[in-house]
Design a protein around this ligand. Structure first.
Ligand code: NAP
Length: 481
């Protein structure tokens, strides 16, 4: 695998560079590949290539753009196991989970292959007899797509597919920890025969690449998924040229369980969400608020399920959790638990790094549940992004809403109850971009995924996701006498 991904994609060609960057397995610490360590120069080439390709791609009939997308997804699906192994090698999640991600990534491409054809305009009655008002929806131009390491395939297709469907050309910049799966996905895109320059990919020095993309007036759109800190920086820089920008940032998602809930359903759904991808999910549950009447019952059910989770290397069968992405994430999780322990939290299971022989050199942390959690603890306010489930209790609906809204984040929230009126009250009062009721699953191709407050702006998925890559143009036509 080592050399296979040592290239960028610029103008339909593989481009290698003398300077390279290593990619490591989070499971073993071993080097699993090298990729080019690009910067300003290759980014400028990628912009040039995307800008030139835009002239023809943007006016290609939507049905033809759609064919390329369909073909891309077909090719990915045919190779889903191989791609899942590449993803797991650099990201660490179990191969089964990687395969689900690869297949889910295709759902986005198929969906946008169809949506490309439904980019309808509008005809509005004029103010005068002979006036006609038309509204066109046109591609924004060259789009820069910056993706994180936690869903390194899904984030690539969730941005690339709507951008290409809308008629934009793209420059993708994947995360340094997980560039190989992006390069591999682009190989399949190039194999469709898509015109040169429509899709370009650069890896390397993120701030240099980012600054080049942001300072070039030919780039008209930035679509970023990642941390809130970097998102704010990009937003400040995008202001200079008033570039369109979408931001999918961090979260601090609560799940709220009322005493009338089905506790087995809630426990299953909470554990599935919280420990997916080793807890490294932007809309992953950060805090579990259970009504005090149901706290003992739900806590017992969660702990019982978490104790059964199997942690191990990605290729091992039946593994539920792999390692954390790197040493710094592992140390962050350790320090959050240390802080909570010192401030009085009670660790019900886990609460330590895994260091037995098979975990050596990997960034493994035991699936952890804790209660006696209070507002003084850092993990109540910070995004944990690890396999840690803190349980808090509440007494009333008003109180829990106010505690959940007391955060700068606003990505997702989950509610368990059988009371329909409460479903409405909670859905309307929680300050988040998404609410799931009696479930903890949110990302599907047809729905608008995204946050409010410091969790970002713009949406991915559904027709909303296409609109992020479209400008509205109003044309007033005088028909004459
Ligand atoms: P990150 O450090 O912000 O990195 C994300 C991407 O931005 C990477 O490709 C990174 O490249 C790049 N980058 C970093 N600094 C940059 C700069 N100055 N200019 C341009 N690009 C720059 O985030 P992460 O740690 O990879 O991802 C975890 C975060 O993503 C979490 O907070 C999570 O909640 C969030 N997330 C949100 C969503 C959502 O939909 N809301 C989905 C998934 C993840 P390098 O890796 O090369 O530095």
């Amino acid at each position: 695998m080592m050399d296979r991904f040592n290239h960028l994609w610029i103008n339909g060609e593989k481009v290698t560079l003398p300077e390279t960057k290593e990619v490591f397995s989070p499971a073993t610490g071993e080097k699993v590949g090298i990729v080019p360590n690009g910067g300003r120069e290759v980014t400028e080439q990628a912009i040039e290539s995307a800008f030139n390709a835009y002239k023809t791609w943007s006016v290609l009939p939507a049905g033809e753009r759609s064919h390329y997308l369909q073909d891309w997804a077909d090719r990915i699906l045919k190779n889903s196991l191989e791609l899942a192994e590449i993803l797991s090698a650099e990201q660490g999640k179990p191969v089964r989970e990687s395969r689900e991600e690869i297949e889910g990534s295709c759902d986005f491409i198929y969906w946008y292959a169809e949506e490309a054809k439904r980019n309808y305009g509008e005809l509005i009655p004029g103010s005068k007899k002979n006036q006609r008002i038309m509204v066109f929806r046109q591609p924004v131009g060259v789009a820069a797509l910056i993706t994180p390491w936690n869903f390194p395939a899904a984030m690539v297709t969730r941005k690339t597919a709507p951008a290409l469907a809308a008629g934009c050309t793209v420059i993708l910049k994947p995360a340094s920890q997980t560039p190989m799966i992006a390069i591999a996905l682009f190989q399949h895109l190039m194999d469709t025969g898509i015109p040169a320059g429509v899709a370009n990919l650069v890896t390397g020095k993120s701030s240099e690449i980012g600054d080049t993309l942001l300072s070039d007036s030919r780039v008209r759109k930035i679509s970023f998924t990642g941390s809130t800190g970097v998102g704010k920086e990009l937003m400040r820089k995008a202001a200079d040229q008033v570039k369109r920008i979408s931001l999918e940032l961090g979260g601090n998602a609560p799940v709220i369980i009322f005493p009338d809930s089905d506790m087995d359903l809630a426990a299953d759904a909470i554990v599935a969400n919280k420990f997916e991808n080793c807890g490294q999910v932007c809309n992953g549950i950060n805090l579990i608020y259970v009504h005090q009447e149901a706290a003992d019952e739900l806590t017992e059910k969660i702990v019982e399920r978490v104790r059964r989770l199997k942690v191990g290397p990605p290729a091992e069968p039946d593994v539920n959790l792999g390692p954390l992405i790197d040493g710094s994430e592992l140390r962050k999780v350790e320090s959050l638990i240390e802080d909570a322990r010192e401030k009085g939290a009670h660790i019900l299971c886990g609460g330590k790094r895994l260091q037995e022989e098979k975990y050596q050199n990997g960034h493994y942390y035991a699936p952890t549940v804790l209660n006696q959690v209070n507002q003084e603890m850092r993990l109540v306010h910070e995004e944990i992004f690890g396999p840690v489930a803190p349980i808090l209790t509440f007494e009333s609906e008003e109180e829990v809403i106010s505690r959940c809204n007391n955060t700068p984040y606003g990505l997702a929230a989950y509610v368990f109850t059988k009371d329909v009126a409460r479903v409405y009250r909670m859905s309307e009062s929680l300050e988040t971009g998404m609410v799931a009721v009696n479930s903890t699953s949110l990302s599907v191709p047809q729905a608008p995924f995204g946050g409010i407050k410091e969790s970002g702006m713009g949406r991915e998925g559904g027709h909303y996701g296409l609109e992020e890559f479209l400008n509205i143009k109003y044309v007033s036509l005088n028909l004459g006498e």
